[in-house]
Write a protein that binds this ligand. Structure first.
Ligand SMILES: Nc1ncnc2c1ncn2[C@@H]1O[C@H](COP(=O)(O)OP(=O)(O)OP(=O)(O)O)[C@@H](O)[C@H]1O
Length: 237
Protein backbone atom coordinates (compact mmCIF):
# COMPACT_ATOMS: atom_id res chain seq x y z
CA UNK A 1 0.00 0.00 0.00
CA UNK A 2 1.20 3.51 -0.78
CA UNK A 3 2.18 5.86 1.99
CA UNK A 4 0.72 9.31 2.61
CA UNK A 5 3.42 10.40 5.05
CA UNK A 6 7.02 9.28 5.42
CA UNK A 7 9.57 10.95 7.65
CA UNK A 8 13.18 9.87 8.01
CA UNK A 9 15.30 10.95 10.96
CA UNK A 10 13.07 14.01 11.35
CA UNK A 11 14.47 16.27 14.04
CA UNK A 12 13.57 19.75 15.23
CA UNK A 13 15.81 21.46 17.73
CA UNK A 14 15.14 24.68 19.58
CA UNK A 15 18.36 25.99 21.12
CA UNK A 16 19.70 22.44 21.47
CA UNK A 17 16.42 21.05 22.84
CA UNK A 18 14.96 18.30 20.62
CA UNK A 19 11.22 18.88 20.23
CA UNK A 20 11.26 16.09 17.62
CA UNK A 21 14.07 13.59 17.88
CA UNK A 22 15.03 11.42 14.91
CA UNK A 23 11.47 10.47 13.98
CA UNK A 24 10.98 7.71 11.40
CA UNK A 25 7.24 7.80 10.78
CA UNK A 26 4.96 6.28 8.17
CA UNK A 27 1.24 6.83 7.69
CA UNK A 28 -0.33 4.61 5.05
CA UNK A 29 -2.72 6.09 2.54
CA UNK A 30 -6.27 5.61 3.75
CA UNK A 31 -5.36 5.54 7.44
CA UNK A 32 -6.71 7.62 10.28
CA UNK A 33 -3.62 7.89 12.44
CA UNK A 34 -3.96 9.14 15.98
CA UNK A 35 -0.91 10.97 17.28
CA UNK A 36 -0.76 10.60 21.04
CA UNK A 37 1.55 12.16 23.57
CA UNK A 38 1.64 14.26 26.71
CA UNK A 39 1.77 18.03 26.66
CA UNK A 40 5.05 19.02 25.09
CA UNK A 41 5.71 15.57 23.58
CA UNK A 42 6.21 17.13 20.14
CA UNK A 43 2.91 16.46 18.32
CA UNK A 44 2.35 19.99 17.07
CA UNK A 45 6.00 20.33 16.10
CA UNK A 46 5.76 17.17 13.99
CA UNK A 47 2.62 18.43 12.28
CA UNK A 48 4.15 21.88 11.71
CA UNK A 49 7.17 20.27 10.10
CA UNK A 50 5.00 18.13 7.85
CA UNK A 51 3.11 21.22 6.74
CA UNK A 52 6.22 23.27 6.13
CA UNK A 53 5.37 25.70 8.92
CA UNK A 54 8.80 25.17 10.45
CA UNK A 55 12.05 23.95 8.96
CA UNK A 56 13.43 20.59 10.12
CA UNK A 57 16.81 20.77 11.79
CA UNK A 58 17.53 17.40 10.22
CA UNK A 59 15.74 14.69 8.30
CA UNK A 60 13.41 14.20 5.38
CA UNK A 61 9.68 14.42 4.68
CA UNK A 62 7.69 12.79 1.87
CA UNK A 63 3.97 13.44 1.46
CA UNK A 64 1.57 11.66 -0.90
CA UNK A 65 4.52 10.31 -2.91
CA UNK A 66 4.70 13.54 -4.90
CA UNK A 67 6.63 16.82 -4.88
CA UNK A 68 6.39 18.29 -1.38
CA UNK A 69 5.01 21.67 -2.47
CA UNK A 70 2.28 20.01 -4.56
CA UNK A 71 1.51 17.59 -1.74
CA UNK A 72 1.07 20.44 0.73
CA UNK A 73 -1.44 22.03 -1.69
CA UNK A 74 -3.44 18.80 -1.41
CA UNK A 75 -3.30 18.91 2.37
CA UNK A 76 -5.90 20.47 4.64
CA UNK A 77 -4.83 21.40 8.13
CA UNK A 78 -5.81 22.79 11.47
CA UNK A 79 -2.91 23.71 13.70
CA UNK A 80 -3.24 25.39 17.07
CA UNK A 81 -5.61 28.37 17.16
CA UNK A 82 -6.64 29.16 13.60
CA UNK A 83 -6.55 32.80 12.50
CA UNK A 84 -9.19 34.39 10.30
CA UNK A 85 -10.18 37.71 8.78
CA UNK A 86 -12.16 38.93 11.77
CA UNK A 87 -14.26 41.54 9.96
CA UNK A 88 -15.29 39.18 7.20
CA UNK A 89 -18.06 36.62 7.37
CA UNK A 90 -17.68 32.90 7.90
CA UNK A 91 -18.64 32.36 4.24
CA UNK A 92 -16.14 34.96 3.00
CA UNK A 93 -13.34 33.42 5.04
CA UNK A 94 -14.11 30.04 3.52
CA UNK A 95 -14.25 31.57 0.06
CA UNK A 96 -10.72 32.93 0.51
CA UNK A 97 -9.54 29.46 1.48
CA UNK A 98 -11.46 28.06 -1.52
CA UNK A 99 -9.73 30.50 -3.89
CA UNK A 100 -6.32 29.63 -2.45
CA UNK A 101 -6.83 25.94 -3.19
CA UNK A 102 -8.46 26.57 -6.59
CA UNK A 103 -11.79 25.14 -5.52
CA UNK A 104 -14.42 24.61 -8.19
CA UNK A 105 -18.12 24.46 -7.30
CA UNK A 106 -17.28 26.95 -4.53
CA UNK A 107 -20.77 27.80 -3.28
CA UNK A 108 -22.02 24.23 -2.90
CA UNK A 109 -18.79 22.99 -1.38
CA UNK A 110 -18.67 25.77 1.22
CA UNK A 111 -22.29 25.15 2.20
CA UNK A 112 -21.70 21.42 2.36
CA UNK A 113 -18.71 21.78 4.68
CA UNK A 114 -20.41 24.37 6.89
CA UNK A 115 -23.29 21.94 7.30
CA UNK A 116 -20.89 19.09 8.03
CA UNK A 117 -19.49 20.95 11.04
CA UNK A 118 -22.83 22.44 12.11
CA UNK A 119 -21.96 26.05 11.31
CA UNK A 120 -24.41 26.80 8.51
CA UNK A 121 -26.51 29.13 10.69
CA UNK A 122 -23.43 31.36 11.18
CA UNK A 123 -22.60 31.53 7.49
CA UNK A 124 -23.16 35.30 7.26
CA UNK A 125 -21.86 36.21 10.71
CA UNK A 126 -18.60 38.07 11.07
CA UNK A 127 -15.85 35.89 12.49
CA UNK A 128 -15.27 38.34 15.33
CA UNK A 129 -18.74 37.46 16.66
CA UNK A 130 -18.03 33.71 16.88
CA UNK A 131 -17.51 31.79 20.11
CA UNK A 132 -14.30 29.78 20.63
CA UNK A 133 -15.98 26.52 19.66
CA UNK A 134 -17.50 28.09 16.55
CA UNK A 135 -14.05 29.31 15.50
CA UNK A 136 -12.78 25.79 15.92
CA UNK A 137 -15.62 24.54 13.71
CA UNK A 138 -14.70 27.12 11.09
CA UNK A 139 -11.09 25.98 11.27
CA UNK A 140 -12.21 22.40 10.62
CA UNK A 141 -14.55 23.49 7.80
CA UNK A 142 -11.63 25.32 6.13
CA UNK A 143 -9.34 22.30 6.60
CA UNK A 144 -11.75 19.88 4.95
CA UNK A 145 -12.79 22.21 2.13
CA UNK A 146 -12.31 20.53 -1.24
CA UNK A 147 -11.84 17.07 0.29
CA UNK A 148 -8.03 17.20 0.58
CA UNK A 149 -6.09 13.98 0.05
CA UNK A 150 -4.33 14.49 3.36
CA UNK A 151 -5.70 16.08 6.52
CA UNK A 152 -3.47 17.11 9.42
CA UNK A 153 -5.51 18.13 12.43
CA UNK A 154 -4.02 19.21 15.74
CA UNK A 155 -6.57 18.66 18.50
CA UNK A 156 -9.55 19.33 16.21
CA UNK A 157 -12.19 18.69 18.86
CA UNK A 158 -10.70 21.10 21.38
CA UNK A 159 -13.44 23.27 22.82
CA UNK A 160 -16.28 21.53 20.97
CA UNK A 161 -19.52 20.47 22.66
CA UNK A 162 -20.54 16.78 22.58
CA UNK A 163 -22.87 17.23 19.59
CA UNK A 164 -20.22 19.10 17.64
CA UNK A 165 -17.67 16.40 18.50
CA UNK A 166 -20.02 13.80 17.05
CA UNK A 167 -20.57 15.88 13.91
CA UNK A 168 -16.83 16.29 13.41
CA UNK A 169 -16.24 12.59 14.05
CA UNK A 170 -18.85 11.61 11.45
CA UNK A 171 -17.43 14.12 8.99
CA UNK A 172 -13.89 12.80 9.38
CA UNK A 173 -15.04 9.21 8.96
CA UNK A 174 -16.92 10.23 5.82
CA UNK A 175 -13.90 12.14 4.46
CA UNK A 176 -11.74 9.09 5.12
CA UNK A 177 -14.21 6.85 3.26
CA UNK A 178 -13.95 9.23 0.35
CA UNK A 179 -10.18 8.89 0.27
CA UNK A 180 -8.65 11.37 2.72
CA UNK A 181 -5.79 10.11 4.86
CA UNK A 182 -5.97 11.71 8.28
CA UNK A 183 -3.34 12.44 10.91
CA UNK A 184 -4.88 13.84 14.06
CA UNK A 185 -3.85 14.52 17.62
CA UNK A 186 -6.09 14.56 20.65
CA UNK A 187 -5.80 14.13 24.38
CA UNK A 188 -9.27 12.61 24.44
CA UNK A 189 -8.28 9.00 23.92
CA UNK A 190 -11.84 7.68 24.03
CA UNK A 191 -12.74 9.91 21.10
CA UNK A 192 -9.61 8.92 19.22
CA UNK A 193 -10.52 5.26 19.65
CA UNK A 194 -13.81 5.81 17.87
CA UNK A 195 -12.13 6.62 14.56
CA UNK A 196 -8.39 5.91 14.50
CA UNK A 197 -7.15 2.97 12.46
CA UNK A 198 -3.74 3.19 14.06
CA UNK A 199 -1.77 5.13 16.65
CA UNK A 200 1.64 6.71 16.99
CA UNK A 201 2.98 7.46 20.46
CA UNK A 202 5.37 10.33 21.04
CA UNK A 203 7.36 10.61 24.26
CA UNK A 204 9.74 13.54 24.78
CA UNK A 205 10.10 14.13 21.07
CA UNK A 206 10.67 10.49 20.15
CA UNK A 207 8.30 8.17 18.32
CA UNK A 208 8.30 5.31 20.80
CA UNK A 209 5.57 2.99 19.56
CA UNK A 210 2.88 2.21 17.00
CA UNK A 211 -0.32 0.23 17.45
CA UNK A 212 -3.06 -0.70 15.03
CA UNK A 213 -6.74 -0.87 15.87
CA UNK A 214 -6.57 -4.62 15.17
CA UNK A 215 -3.82 -5.04 17.78
CA UNK A 216 -5.80 -3.06 20.31
CA UNK A 217 -8.92 -5.11 19.69
CA UNK A 218 -7.33 -8.54 19.44
CA UNK A 219 -5.12 -8.02 22.51
CA UNK A 220 -7.90 -6.21 24.44
CA UNK A 221 -5.59 -3.27 25.11
CA UNK A 222 -6.99 -0.41 27.16
CA UNK A 223 -5.57 2.62 25.37
CA UNK A 224 -5.48 4.87 28.42
CA UNK A 225 -3.67 2.31 30.63
CA UNK A 226 -1.32 1.51 27.77
CA UNK A 227 -0.48 5.18 27.34
CA UNK A 228 0.06 5.79 31.06
CA UNK A 229 2.40 2.79 31.24
CA UNK A 230 4.26 3.88 28.10
CA UNK A 231 4.98 7.40 29.30
CA UNK A 232 5.86 6.27 32.82
CA UNK A 233 2.75 7.51 34.59
CA UNK A 234 2.54 10.49 36.90
CA UNK A 235 6.12 10.08 38.11
CA UNK A 236 7.41 11.14 34.75
CA UNK A 237 6.79 14.87 35.23
N1 LIG B 1 9.03 27.85 18.77
C1 LIG B 1 9.51 27.16 19.81
N2 LIG B 1 10.59 27.57 20.49
C2 LIG B 1 11.09 26.87 21.52
N3 LIG B 1 10.54 25.71 21.95
C3 LIG B 1 9.48 25.24 21.31
C4 LIG B 1 8.87 25.93 20.21
N4 LIG B 1 7.82 25.22 19.78
C5 LIG B 1 7.72 24.15 20.59
N5 LIG B 1 8.70 24.15 21.49
C6 LIG B 1 8.94 23.13 22.53
O1 LIG B 1 8.94 21.87 21.91
C7 LIG B 1 8.29 20.91 22.75
C8 LIG B 1 7.17 20.24 21.97
O2 LIG B 1 6.14 21.19 21.77
P1 LIG B 1 4.84 20.80 20.96
O3 LIG B 1 4.01 22.03 20.86
O4 LIG B 1 5.22 20.14 19.71
O5 LIG B 1 4.15 19.73 21.93
P2 LIG B 1 2.72 19.05 21.87
O6 LIG B 1 2.94 17.57 21.97
O7 LIG B 1 1.98 19.52 20.69
O8 LIG B 1 2.07 19.57 23.22
P3 LIG B 1 0.52 19.89 23.61
O9 LIG B 1 -0.15 18.56 23.78
O10 LIG B 1 0.67 20.63 24.90
O11 LIG B 1 -0.06 20.71 22.51
C9 LIG B 1 7.83 21.65 24.00
O12 LIG B 1 8.78 21.46 25.02
C10 LIG B 1 7.81 23.10 23.56
O13 LIG B 1 8.07 23.98 24.63
Amino acid sequence: MENAIITKHLTKEYHGFKANDNIDFIVKKGAICGLIGRNGAGKTTLMRQLLGLCEPTKGEIELLSINLTNARCKTGSLIETPTFYENMSVYENMKIRGMLIGLSNMHNEINHKLKAVGLESKKNSKVKSLSLGMRQKLGIACAILGNPELLILDEPINGLDPIAIKEVRNTLVEMNKQGSTILLSSHILGEMEKIATDYAFLVEGKLVNRLTREEIESKHIDLESYFVELVGGEDNE
